[in-house]
Design a binder for this molecule. Sequence first.
Ligand code: ARG
Length: 266
Amino acid sequence: MLKRRRYLMCPPTYFAVEYSINPWMDPAAPVDVDRAVEQWTALRTTYERLGHTVEVIEPVPGLPDMVFAANGATVVDGTVLGAQFRHPQRAPEAPAYLAWFARNGFVTHEAKAVNEGEGDLLVAGDFILAGTGPRTEPAGARQAQEVLGRPVVTLRLVDPRYYHLDTALAVLDSGNVAYYPQAFSRGSQQVLRRLYPDAVLAGAADAAALGLNAVSDGHRVVLPVQATRFAERLAARGYEPVPVDVSELHKAGGGPKCCTLEVRES
Ligand code: ARG
């Protein structure tokens, strides 16, 4: 369903690649923070041009990955489940995001097990698809079902490059998704085929461009400009690809969706 979305984003003011917690991150490779800020600003402007509302959380010095707002929480019907990060480097982001939601009048719940927010918990119509393995634990996915009140379908991620569900799968609308099959275990691939026989599949090159790290409003799909073949496939299926360049953030293993936390009100 096409509707105005409300997004929370965090500017990459303190963005850096200082540690490596996924295979894309090379602390020896230079990062251009000004360029990251420009690319992030263009992403924000793109959402606004599409008619969506963007709110901004204050970045915290010393938290270089805080730009990846998707990991900050999961919000369904105005209820907020906070995150708990697997790696200590990102742990302080969880209370920072939860405090933003509390200040803005939301009912908040603290995470009791590892869950990396919308990086791994994707709302797909009536259910939540949960990526487990590299980051989110099965217990974190179970808590999401309890707190958010939607059935959770867990999918096991098996390729370290696709360490969050949102690097391997994008929700296109309430009834369909796009994904890169090889990122999932055999059983999870079967589950996806059963749930989404008409899914849009991405190939290896588009997956490596983090093309699946896309944000759809049900029709317009904001995705990395480098994922050209995937954009063509989306267009052929009636979606409107909206390419953006977030190449600096790719150095940390991120794309447009990582920078975007959807705030779903009741
Ligand atoms: N460097 C960050 C990490 O490894 C990137 C997070 C990207 N976020 C996402 N939703 N996939 O945690």
